[in-house]
Design a protein around this ligand. Structure first.
Ligand SMILES: NC(=O)c1ccc[n+]([C@@H]2O[C@H](COP(=O)([O-])OP(=O)(O)OC[C@H]3O[C@@H](n4cnc5c(N)ncnc54)[C@H](O)[C@@H]3O)[C@@H](O)[C@H]2O)c1
Length: 472
């Protein structure tokens, strides 16, 4: 099947490459000429584990190509995916759908009869109706279809997620679109066990927002419980495990941190709330999630100040990890940006390290000394703050870290470091939702026991993914 993918970003590039991996002929289009030129020369425009080898393989096999020429991409394509960005507008309330509508206007005169245009971007309910009208203005009714196929992949795990998703959601309002998308998703290896939900276009559009709002709420719930743990002397990590081992709850998305960020949760919760307001429906839980998350991000700077005795004025703070999560270079809405800007306002000097996010971070932040090495980053720092739980950061040699620092103060906003080891080395360490004191024998025994519970759970998840062929 010939497939065109409009928008070659985090989702478009992964989707297009995986469709090619399934044997289809795919052309990815982008307006960004540099991105397309880089891809032709084998340079990846984003960091996403396992993607580069798959792009290279499919490009070499002639199944995958990249272009800025929309005409050549969509002419004769059986399916045209629109995967452009849908960021919040400047008011941060409305969704900016200009890229979607522009793509629809541009492709409308170019598609062949019988084409199915699919919105893979996350779009407010009813956007498919507008796209249908835009294309319908220049094409005969009944000669094309518009469908919704929201994407649920996670950056950092995008290839695995795409090749073996928890589910595929297809939103269609006519038979042609239904048959075409089932033909696309029914065949591939690895998807035999995957539930494929076929629903209306409007329901599919809403499912994506509902899923993201629910996950954002789960994170916010554990973040608020972490605050309570700090006050009552409980340990949020144990609490999350004790809750999450209940299969009705599940252990994922119960990791406390500095507040959710990234290119999806903040904008999608806001967009869902806006849709509800437009239709006169109250979504109080989603509204509170947004408010609580925003307040939390602001409070993180105070946590760093507290660790430094009340002020960061004139102090040097090393930020370890910048991206909103590990295994991606995506800096959109990363909590590190808000934290750094706040610390700078209070007079702090910032040094920062990230394994792959520095280039993107440098375009968003001023007056930051970026370092390629974590140990160099903490040199002469008064405190080090963990913002992203990259494996390299979790496994830092704490003794070496301490040797380079001016003061042995750690603020671990991801609970990524070994508290006991840090305390033994003489660090003062502040974490999220955990007692910050040295542990006795009983606490160590409990932690060791519960660690084995966590490891058993994690390894059974890995085994499952290996069996599914998603980890090689
Ligand atoms: N990033 C994620 O983890 C994720 C996950 C699921 C869903 N989504 C959704 O997928 C959509 C895309 O997100 P993304 O992160 O891939 O965005 P992105 O910004 O990485 O990529 C969008 C690409 O579209 C290109 N573009 C814009 N208008 C174009 C046009 N008219 N013609 C050709 N190219 C055009 C841009 O140059 C850019 O390269 C969004 O709606 C997002 O909410 C994202």
């Amino acid at each position: 099947m010939k497939i065109a993918v409009i928008g070659t970003g985090y989702v478009g590039l992964v989707s297009g490459t995986c469709f090619a991996e399934w044997g289809h002929t795919v052309i990815c289009v982008d307006k960004n000429t540099r991105k397309i030129a880089d891809l032709h020369q084998g340079r990846m425009p984003i960091y996403e584990p396992h993607l580069d080898e798959m792009v290279e393989r499919n490009y070499a096999a002639g199944r995958l190509d990249f272009t800025c020429n929309l005409n050549s991409a969509v002419t004769g394509a059986a399916i045209v995916f629109i995967v452009v960005a849908t960021p919040p507008r400047i008011d941060r309330v409305e969704t900016d759908l200009s890229c979607i509508y522009l793509a629809a206007c541009e492709l409308a005169p170019l598609i062949t009869d019988d084409t199915v245009v699919v919105l893979k971007s996350t779009v407010p309910v009813g956007t498919g109706d507008v796209v249908q009208k835009i294309i319908g203005a220049v094409r005969k009714p009944g000669t094309f279809s518009v469908a919704s196929n929201p994407e649920f992949l996670r950056e950092g795990l995008a290839v695995c997620d795409f090749l073996a998703p928890d589910r595929v959601v297809i939103g269609v309002d006519d038979e042609r679109a239904c048959k075409r998308l089932l033909e696309l998703y029914d065949v591939p290896m690895g998807l035999q066990e995957t539930p494929i939900l076929v629903t209306t276009r409007r329901t599919a559009e809403l499912i994506k927002y509902a899923a993201n709002a629910f996950l954002a709420t789960k994170i916010t719930f554990i973040n608020e419980l972490a605050d309570l743990c700090e006050q009552v002397g409980s340990d949020v990590e144990e609490l999350a495990l004790g809750m999450g081992l209940d299969r009705r709850i599940g252990t994922t998305f119960l990791a406390p941190g500095p507040g959710f960020g990234g290119s999806c949760f903040p904008k999608d919760t806001q967009a869902l709330l806006r849709t509800a307001q437009d239709y006169g429906v109250e979504l109080r839980i989603v509204e509170e999630t947004i408010i609580a998350n925003d307040a939390r991000k602001r409070r993180m700077a105070l946590k760093v100040m507290e660790a430094l005795g009340g002020s960061v004025d004139g102090r040097t703070i090393a930020i370890l990890g910048l991206t909103f999560k590990p295994d991606t270079d995506d800096m959109r809405e990363a909590p590190s940006v808000r934290l750094i800007e706040a610390l700078q306002r209070f007079g702090g000097h910032i040094r920062a390290y990230d394994p792959v996010g520095i280039e993107n971070a440098a375009s968003m932040l001023d007056h930051v000394v970026f370092c390629d090495d974590p140990y160099e980053c903490v040199r002469d720092a008064d405190a080090a703050v963990v913002m992203t739980e990259w494996a390299i950061i979790k496994n830092l040699d704490l003794a070496q870290l301490k040797n380079n620092m001016r003061q042995p103060i750690l603020v671990d906003l991801r609970n990524a470091l070994q508290v006991e080891a840090a305390l033994q080395l003489g660090f003062r360490i502040s974490t999220i939702g955990r007692p910050a004191c040295a542990e006795g024998d009983l606490q160590s025994m409990m932690r060791l026991r519960n660690k084995s519970l966590r490891t058993a759970k994690a390894s059974s998840a890995v085994t499952r993914e290996r069996e599914n062929g998603t980890i090689r």
